[in-house]
Design a protein around this ligand. Structure first.
Ligand code: FAD
Ligand code: SF4
Ligand code: SF4
Length: 736
């Protein structure tokens, strides 16, 4: 086999690479890109009744907190809140709006709670997470369909009547601060805010095979008893397919279940156990690894590796999932996760151009020189503060001198962004893990990566408060700025080959070589072995600091899937270049300054700086930030990360999963800004060992049922120790 392919498989492509579902893009509170238009319920990505109730109530609380709703509004027939959809989330929103004194109108195209009313007769209800009490007034406690419907109706009729207008909303448009809801048939309703609680019940996925439109093909089961004695094929491998098969077999139908994969990965364990029990009793025939090819009036063709089998058949249930009503959102101007529009593409291109300019300026390129020449930038700061500079050893003089370089301003702005967005992340995520991690990232960014090289070291050096030998060894003297290369102190945190400038020098800087060697080949591998690659990428590195703070709300934008996983190998190419340059540099030193290798090295170094540091890390890494998440550089291009991926293959770090609790909602995969398909590990109960993980904790923190935990594996791969620092709010609630 091709050795590069074998290596790629060992390092990256062996790991699962499932994609993410397209949903309306919104923040943690349901706000979309259209101000005043919110999303609640299933469309937020967690298909659970309790979450639907919770998000509905919380969205209305966020609306009620707006200043507009604390003052009297004109009585012009415009309601405060229009709620589209009378499912669990819509009704929870309506009850909360009533409680908070907001006027509201609920629009429903079918009947209230239609999704639940359409569940199969006597369907068992799983009220995950058991310890969760949703916000608002709607309770979900019954464990069978019919009592659940009764429970929900009792809370929204009679004394607590929630009026529901029978109408289908086609689209929502904002005009002059008020929303106009276009209703099917031509009517228009007006509201100051809109809650979209449409659920996902409308659009069933299709098999795309001949015969799919025959009358005998259904995608919903109402009463299993209707199919007693009939020959039924159920298609699908999720919970609804398994529940349908179980219900039909229980009612006396002759059931076959066709699923395209060889094993069930996504359904709840209870459902898998039930279907396997029926299969053992020969009451359900399992057709694993098969696909439906054609449906005819009395037969179905099912294909497997062994060829095509024709089954005698009366009824087919295609239970292969549903899709969000994305057209509704497109018509309403709401951005869809991962979808491009012309405006989005133009903004992306403009931002990349801005980053090209920024990093050229910061790195002393031609554009930066133009700035200096025209005195558009604080280069004149030296003239302005000339009196301060008369005492070069003063702190003020040191600061003014440092402030004459772009790197000072760039690093100051970078540090401020990390701190401001770091505080916001801590407030948003509220776990001890996130708090500790963010505080450490902010502290490292501000102290050793800004104050130390830009202010403290120059001031100590100028006032002879540091040993001369140490200064000479680490910060060679130069005839400009603060007199020495204090910027080399960045190398105390940013290790080779992320920072190559202390190693790829004209003459060897012995102490920096020792420091770089110990960092890259001793400390980092040891840390990765124990805590995973995230020990550096998630807790130390400045690129990681920005990605976890400024990038915190952009996690879901990362590219997922098998092609993206192959692209992970790009970093190995950058690492290979860095390794070749290391050998080149060392051999050049050995051969002497006059050797061809030494003479050519500065040119190669210049290319590396502009292509890798400025082009990839700067322009691409930051230019792609708000469109592909903050980890593009870290995942695909960083040579240090590429080296750590190799170390991480031997690491003990794992994300463990309590499989029983996993509802296969895919939230963990969706929030992973390293593109890891966390769900494919979790729903099989496998410890997650993808080397890309940066320990951000987003998957652990966002999992609605508290499935995941950080920990260390023993030789057998099972839990040696779980992290003590709590990172899952669900588990924190459970152990309270
Ligand atoms: C087969 C099945 C089994 C499930 N089992 C469980 C379980 O055991 N436990 C659990 O916790 N969860 C379960 N769920 C998930 C649960 O049903 C959902 O999480 C919940 O119903 C979502 O509520 P919602 O309000 O977001 O959406 P929905 O309940 O789907 O409500 C949306 C409403 O909006 C209406 N609507 C749609 N478009 C429009 C429009 N344009 N204009 C006006 N109205 C519109 C629809 O008619 C619908 O009534 C299951 C779901 C399915 C499909
Ligand atoms: S902690 Fe979870 S979300 Fe973060 S990088 Fe690792 S797998 Fe992805
Ligand atoms: S582990 Fe992932 S897929 Fe499973 S419940 Fe948690 S977030 Fe959903």
């Amino acid at each position: 086999m091709n050795p590069i392919r074998t290596y790629a498989r060992w390092l990256h492509t062996r790991f699962p690479a499932g994609g993410v579902e397209r949903l309306p893009a919104c923040d943690g509170e349901g706000r979309t890109n259209v101000p005043g238009l919110y999303v609640a319920g299933d469309l937020r990505g967690v298909p659970l009744l309790k979450f639907a109730a919770d998000t509905g109530a919380r969205v209305v609380r966020a609306i009620a907190a707006e200043p507009l709703f604390r003052t009297p509004r004109p009585d012009d027939g415009t309601v405060d809140v229009a709620i589209v959809g009378a499912g669990v989330s819509g009704m929870s929103a309506a009850l909360e709006a009533g409680r908070l004194g907001l006027s509201f109108e609920v629009f429903e195209s079918n009947e209230p709670f239609s999704t639940i009313v359409n569940f199969p007769k006597a369907k068992p209800i799983f009220t995950y997470p058991r310890d969760m009490t949703p916000a608002g007034g709607l309770t979900v406690s019954a464990d069978v369909k019919e009592p659940l419907v009764a429970e929900l109706r009792a809370q929204t009729t009679g004394e607590h009547e929630v009026p529901v207008r029978s109408a289908r909303v086609e689209s929502v448009r904002r005009s002059g601060g008020v929303f106009e809801l276009a209703l099917e048939g031509g009517g228009v309703a007006r509201a100051r805010r809109v809650v979209c609680a449409l659920g996902q019940s409308g659009n069933f996925r299709r098999l795309g095979v001949p015969g799919e439109d025959l009358d005998k093909v259904y995608n919903r089961l109402h009463d299993p008893a209707d199919f007693r004695g009939r020959r039924v094929l159920v298609v699908g491998g999720g919970d609804s397919a398994l529940e349908t098969a179980v219900a039909l077999a229980g009612a006396g139908a002759e059931v076959a279940l066709s699923y395209r994969k060889e094993a069930f990965a996504r359904p709840k364990p209870e459902n898998v156990e039930a279907v396997e029990r029926l299969a053992a009793e020969r009451r359900v025939r399992l057709l694993m690894g098969t696909t439906v090819r054609e449906i005819r009036a009395a037969e179905v063709d099912v294909e497997s590796g062994g060829g095509v089998e024709t089954l005698a058949n009366d009824v087919v249930f295609t239970m292969i999932g549903r899709e969000a009503p994305l057209d509704f959102f497109r018509r309403s101007g709401v951005a869809i996760r991962g979808e491009w529009t012309r405006g989005r593409a133009a903004a992306f291109a403009a931002f990349v151009v801005f980053c090209a300019f920024l990093y050229n300026w910061k790195s002393g390129g031609a554009l930066g020189n133009l700035f200096y020449a025209r005195h558009w930038w604080p280069v004149s700061i030296q003239d302005t503060f000339a009196s301060v500079l008369s005492n070069p050893n003063s702190l003020a003089s040191v600061v003014v001198t440092s402030a004459s370089t772009p790197s000072f301003w760039y690093t100051l702005a970078y540090s401020l962004i990390v701190v401001v967005f770091g505080v916001r992340r801590i407030r948003r995520r509220k776990t001890p893990y996130v708090t500790a991690q963010t505080v450490v990232l902010m502290a490292i960014q501000v102290l050793p990566l800004f104050i130390l090289p830009e202010i403290l070291l120059p001031w100590l050096g100028k006032n002879a408060l540091l040993p001369r030998g140490l200064l000479d060894a680490l910060f060679p003297a130069v005839g400009y700025g603060n007199g020495r290369e204090y910027w080399r102190a960045y190398g105390l945190v940013l290790a080779w080959p992320l920072n190559v400038y202390n190693v790829f020098t004209g003459h060897p800087l012995g102490w920096w070589l020792v420091i770089a060697f110990v960092q890259t080949f001793v400390l980092i591998p040891a840390a990765v072995y124990v805590w995973g690659k995230g020990a550096y990428c998630g807790w130390v590195c400045s690129c990681g600091a920005l990605a976890e703070t400024l990038g915190d709300t952009h996690r879901t934008k990362m590219w997922h899937g098998p092609r993206a996983n192959r692209f992970n190998m790009f970093g190995q190419a950058v690492l290979a270049v860095a390794l070749v340059m290391l050998v080149w540099r060392v051999v050049g030193w050995v051969l002497g300054d006059d050797s061809a290798l030494s003479r050519a090295f500065p040119l190669v170094m210049d290319k590396y700086k502009w292509v890798v540091d400025v082009g990839l890390a700067g322009v691409v890494g930051y230019g792609f930030y708000f469109w592909y998440s903050g980890r593009v550089w870290c995942r695909f291009m960083c040579p240090l990360a590429a080296l750590m991926h190799v170390y991480a293959r031997f690491s003990r770090f794992r994300i463990f999963a309590d499989k029983k609790k996993c509802i296969s909602c895919n939230v963990c995969t969706t929030v992973c800004h390293q593109g890891i398909d966390v769900m494919s590990f979790a729903n099989k109960g496998l410890p997650m060992n993808d080397p890309e993980c940066v320990r951000c904790s987003a998957c652990v923190q966002s999992c609605p049922t508290g499935v995941l935990s950080f920990g260390r594996a023993n030789n057998a791969g099972s839990v040696l120790r779980e992290d003590r620092l709590a990172s899952s709010p669900v588990r924190m609630r459970e152990t309270r």
